[in-house]
Design a protein around this ligand. Structure first.
Ligand code: SF4
Ligand code: SF4
Length: 494
């Protein structure tokens, strides 16, 4: 960027990249002090571009930068320029081997009692997920009905107005997901929910949410696919999409409940993790868990701890929307209307949120987005183990498949097989370290899942040949027969 007037005549100055200006004149039209003009020169595209014609009138307010559609100009106050220069050049990105610190844990607080339906209920997983979100403080939901997730949407539509929140049915799933973006930056804890092809439509925005560190929860009640697939029949074939569905390098957290009770309990956890790490959290239900009706116990609000948003308390002229520290890789947040000047973009950005389109800024930002999750995988990891110590065979499963796997494991034990069970509650980040530890003693891992072999690839990657890995794929539409899993255990034990 070229500084168009280095003399200190006003309170600020502007920086222009003439070569990318398209001469729209927004900067000139919206400058409140009318200090910009077009030059008579042309840029390589054939447009006149702005210069600071009356530097004594420039306040550095950066309205020109906010209105420029091409990020070809920005304004800055001299005092901010001096402070930036005094800090010296940005440090080069940390080496890849250096772990990123854990986020500072905000104090948790009790849940807002308005959202907590304390009592013993008999409800399905879709409804329980809704109640979990309300208990966690979710006060904005956008969605588009699509089976088998429609009951989540229906319950929010009825329940959320009673607790001071808003539900909106958007025109499609992409719009629903993007509505969450606006609500979060407006200060709400927010969620969107879908199934099948709706999850595909949300992927464009989920990348933006990861890039802009927008906390929120996305519920996918998985059904058989691809495409329209099996609208009201189960699948678990979106597990890789949950992690890799948007473009670019980014990280998310994915949680997999296996009962209506967990749809409540783990939904609170999902919101807490999303606030703690400021990243999208995928709530990967499946049709059976969504439609299964069971007892759900909702505790009093005082017993539900929620992580509040990490609001900044910095003075307005010191706050940088994406600034982090050595000790805390998660930036403090503000919201629209709080009086802070913020710029939130999907472009690679600096700590102010302003576009910084170069390899150094990209390395620094992407490494932090990945590092805050990858380097804290041990803290985020949640697996439930049953009898894995000393087991020669371990069945690894998640979601509804875990309940079927458990009955097969119990039957195999009755027949004298040393078999354990490990359930993924947090599927992403994948507990690769724990798998490697187990592979020192376990001879065979067996993974049944309602897809043609997705998470099993993560076990193979983690154990790297140290143990045999058996995939038990199922194309979806129904669930495994316990006998299928039992047969695989007995075969592995021979
Ligand atoms: S920084 Fe503000 S005052 Fe200066 S040119 Fe831009 S809009 Fe005008
Ligand atoms: S707003 Fe941007 S693109 Fe438009 S004239 Fe100003 S600098 Fe050029």
């Amino acid at each position: 960027m070229n500084q168009t007037s280095p003399e200190r005549q006003g309170k600020g100055t502007v920086f222009v990249r003439p070569e990318i200006c398209k001469g729209c004149s927004f900067c000139i039209d919206f400058c409140p002090t009318h200090c910009l003009e077009f030059t008579k020169d042309f840029n390589p595209k054939g447009y006149h571009f702005p210069v600071l014609a009356r530097p004594e009138d420039c306040s550095g307010c950066d309205l020109c930068g906010l209105y420029c559609p091409d990020f070809a100009i920005y304004g800055e106050r001299w005092k901010d320029i001096d402070a930036r220069k005094a800090k010296g050049p940005s440090p080069s990105p940390p080496p890849a081997s250096r772990p990123i610190a854990a986020p500072k844990v905000q104090d948790t607080e009790p849940a807002d009692p308005r959202g907590v339906l304390t009592g013993i209920h008999f409800m399905d997983g879709d409804h329980a997920a809704c109640e979990g979100a309300l208990a966690a403080g979710c006060r904005f939901v956008a969605g588009y009905p699509i089976t088998p997730s429609t009951e989540v949407v229906e319950r929010f539509a009825a329940r959320i107005p009673t607790v001071g929140g808003v539900f909106i049915q958007m025109e499609d799933e992409l719009a629903s997901s993007i509505a969450v973006q606006g609500a979060v930056w407006g200060g709400r804890k927010s969620l969107s929910v879908t199934s099948g092809p709706g999850f595909s439509l949300m992927m464009e925005h989920i990348g933006l949410a990861a890039m802009t560190e927008t906390p929120g929860v996305w519920v996918d009640v998985q059904r058989g696919g691809p495409s329209t697939g099996l609208p009201t029949l189960p699948g678990q074939a979106d597990m890789m999409q949950a992690k890799w569905g948007s473009h670019g390098d980014y990280e998310i957290i994915a949680i997999v409940p296996n009962s209506p009770q967990e749809c409540f309990d783990l939904m609170v956890k999902a919101f807490n993790l999303s606030e703690l790490y400021r990243c999208p959290v995928m709530f990967m239900m499946d049709e059976v868990v969504g439609h299964m009706v069971e007892r759900v116990v909702i505790p009093p609000a005082s017993e539900i701890r929620v992580v509040p948003r990490k609001w900044t308390h910095k003075p307005k002229d010191e706050y940088r929307a994406f600034a982090t520290t050595e000790d805390d890789p998660v930036p403090e947040m503000t919201k629209a209307g709080a009086g802070y000047r913020i710029h939130v973009t999907g472009l690679t950005h600096d700590e102010r949120g302003y576009p910084a389109m170069n390899a150094g800024a990209q390395a620094k930002l992407v490494r932090r987005l990945l590092g805050k999750i990858r380097d804290n995988a041990d803290r985020i990891m949640d697996v439930r183990e049953d009898g894995v110590e000393g087991a020669e065979i371990v069945v690894v499963s998640y979601g509804i498949t875990s309940r079927i796997a458990m009955s097969a494991v119990e039957e195999a034990r009755r027949r004298g097989v040393k078999v354990g069970h490990l359930r993924l509650v947090v599927a992403w980040p994948f507990p690769a370290k724990r798998m490697r530890e187990l592979a020192k003693t376990v001879k065979v891992f067996i993974m049944p899942e309602l897809n043609m072999g997705q998470m099993v690839m993560e076990i193979e990657r983690a154990v790297a040949g140290a143990a045999r890995v058996v995939s038990l794929p199922h194309a979806g539409g129904s669930v495994h027969e316990p006998e299928t899993i039992l047969a695989a255990i007995l075969e592995a034990g021979r």
